[in-house]
Write a protein of this length. Structure first.
Length: 394
């Protein structure tokens, strides 16, 4: 029997694993943690909503076949020529490999950004952001330094906007708890591009900007960060913003292990794949999600989103089984179901299957998308297990 190895249990990896289980195909999955994280929802606990463990589910709750081997380990090296993966738990040989290692922050060469900014990309980093903000408010009375009450979020894409929406709603609660004047709090969202939420049309961008500003967010577009130091953000044009909490959401690139392994990669470090999701240079390696450079019909790479990774995972499972059975592989076609951005706990903007939505209806659709995703992980059992945790506020 072929030795099938799967790297990563993010959106792409977990959907590949689910598909392989349904097909009765044994595999070993390696993941840094023994749980799957709802990464696209981490702005909620980072911004004060709900408990952190609500945003993860144990791999054993999702993958229930005795033939599926789960191993907690961090991948340190991939050798596609020798067909070997090295990890913190030892060396693994494979006949067929699925790489779904996710992404790493893209700092665009901005000096000091990696060293001095927090990045929202895991449960640990979400905890760190929330703890940093709470501590700043708790310490404010010591010297009343205005920088302690100033939060800078770099990047106004989906993650940055959603995080600002959560933080804006959390600020009054924090002020009340720590006896801090709300008028002294500054929440600043910086974006180098002229618009926010570039994946949405201008009307929805404007609506989102209006909502954020009404919630107290200082939204500044066409404002590029050129350098970051401890407690300081320097902008193009010479302006300096002093802030104790600096958060970067401005972009991602692929895991550097892909380039180090010798895969042919693009400028963002994503391994180039065929329409079957196989690496262009290795037939027995399938690469998906943020690890893959998949070129769509318009000639552009598929953006790194959770829905893209999930769909690629479903398709990779089908193609891996066909590959092992010696059947022709099927081309992958991405179906864009739309994009929804929450602007706090009640409002949102976005599109669903090409239809624009905003306000409370958009937020309700966002909540419904959570239930749909839970169902994809484990049917009604998973919805029953996690639904209340993701919908109630602690």
């Amino acid at each position: 029997m072929a030795n099938l190895l799967l790297l990563g249990a993010g959106y792409g990896g977990i959907h590949t694993a689910i598909g392989l289980e349904k097909a009765g195909q044994p595999f070993t999955i390696l993941n840094k943690h023994d749980y799957h994280t709802f990464t696209t929802l981490l702005h909620e606990p980072a911004g004060g909503r709900n408990e952190f463990d609500h945003y993860a589910v144990a791999l054993g709750e999702v993958l229930r076949s005795e033939r599926s081997q789960l191993q907690q380990a961090t991948v340190t090296r991939i050798d596609p020529t020798a067909q070997v993966v090295e990890t913190t738990a030892g060396r693994y040989d494979y006949d067929v490999l699925v790489v779904a290692l996710g992404n790493a922050p893209e700092y665009f060469g901005i000096p000091g950004l990696a060293e001095h900014a927090l990045v929202l990309r895991s449960l640990e980093s979400a905890r760190q952001i929330r703890a940093q903000i709470e501590q700043s408010f708790a310490d404010w009375h010591e010297d009343r330094d205005p920088a302690k009450l100033r939060i800078v979020v770099g990047g106004a894409g989906l993650t940055g906007v959603e995080l600002c929406g959560e933080l804006a709603e959390w600020m009054p609660e924090l002020c009340n708890h720590y006896g801090v004047p709300l008028a002294d709090v500054e929440l600043i969202n910086l974006e180098a591009a002229p618009t926010i939420l570039p994946m949405l049309d201008p009307q929805l961008q404007q609506t989102a900007a209006e909502v954020l500003r009404a919630k107290g967010v200082r939204l500044r577009t066409s404002t590029a960060i050129v350098q970051v130091a401890a407690g300081r953000v320097e902008l193009k044009g010479g302006e300096t913003i002093h802030a104790q909490t600096i958060i970067w959401t401005g972009g991602v690139r692929a895991n550097p292990l892909l380039a180090a392994a010798g895969f042919e990669v693009d400028a963002r470090g994503r391994a180039k794949v065929r329409d079957t999701l196989q690496a262009v240079d290795h037939d027995n390696v399938f690469i998906i999600g943020d690890s893959a450079c998949f070129i769509e019909a318009d000639g552009k790479p598929l953006p790194p989103t959770g829905q893209a990774a999930s769909q690629m995972g479903d398709h990779a499972a089908r193609n891996v089984v066909r590959y092992l059975q010696g059947q022709p592989l099927l081309p992958f076609h991405f179906t864009n179901m739309g994009t929804l951005a929450s602007l706090g706990s009640e409002l949102g903007v976005g599109t669903v299957k090409g239809v624009k939505t905003k306000g409370v209806p958009a937020n309700l659709m966002k909540e419904a998308s959570k239930l749909k995703y839970l169902f994809s992980l484990g049917g009604l059992r998973m919805v029953h297990l996690k639904r209340g945790q993701l919908q109630r506020k602690s």
